[in-house]
Design a protein around this ligand. Structure first.
Ligand code: GLN
Length: 196
């Protein structure tokens, strides 16, 4: 069984756990650095990226998360989690982890659209994915090794860069677990490769 961590400092943690378990994988809420040990993959949830970063620093997670990213294990950033993974954030001098080759813009769907739902067609995953966006960022630019998996109104809202997956929306808030299952598949493949 794959063991998937959810960074548990802030945000929509429980919902990811539920989704991971619905995909028959083991979920671990990661609140201490030692819990990163032994995970096969890690989800960075949605919430508020500035607050999450503050907590990452306070609890000594910054270095260990960077190491986790460099270790080759897959990471999935949803909403604020995507902002934490991105190489660059529009309007900011420094990224957070800066490991995924995308440029993101925060809160980029406008005030009237603080939260909305959209019906997405997702490459490799399927059609009619009901995506929930909450003060969502979007990907304004993606590097050449990044595969764009979904767009909404011409904006990139889901992309994969090797072992990094990032989306603008909250895939864990509905009962459609296909995107979580896709990530767990990435984790399985990466684990199998690591063994060979
Ligand atoms: N607007 C939040 C941020 O910038 C992200 C929102 C979310 O994760 N739902 O961190």
């Amino acid at each position: 069984m794959m063991k998937i961590g959810v960074l548990g400092l802030q945000g929509a943690v429980r919902e990811h756990v539920r989704s991971i378990e619905a995909c028959n994988a083991e979920a671990v809420v990661v609140k201490r650095v030692e819990q990163l040990e032994g995970l096969d993959g890690l989800i960075m949830p949605g919430g508020e990226s500035t607050t999450m970063r503050r907590l990452i620093d306070r609890y000594g997670f910054f270095g260990p998360l960077k190491e986790f990213a460099e270790s080759g294990k897959p990471m999935f950033g949803t909403c604020a989690g995507l902002i934490l993974l991105a190489r660059q954030i529009v309007g900011y001098d420094e990224p957070h982890l800066g490991v995924m080759d995308v440029i993101v813009e925060r809160n980029s769907f406008g005030r009237q659209k603080e939260s909305f739902e959209a019906d997405l067609n997702i490459a490799h995953v399927g059609d009619h994915f009901n995506a929930v966006f909450i003060r969502a960022p979007h990907i304004v630019e993606a590097g050449e090794d990044v595969e764009i998996l979904a767009k909404h109104n011409d904006r990139i809202v889901l992309a994969r860069h090797g072992r990094f997956l990032g989306c603008s929306f909250h895939p864990e808030l509905t009962d459609d677990h296909r995107l979580t299952a896709y990530f767990i598949e990435m984790v399985k493949e990466s684990k199998e490769k690591a063994v060979i």
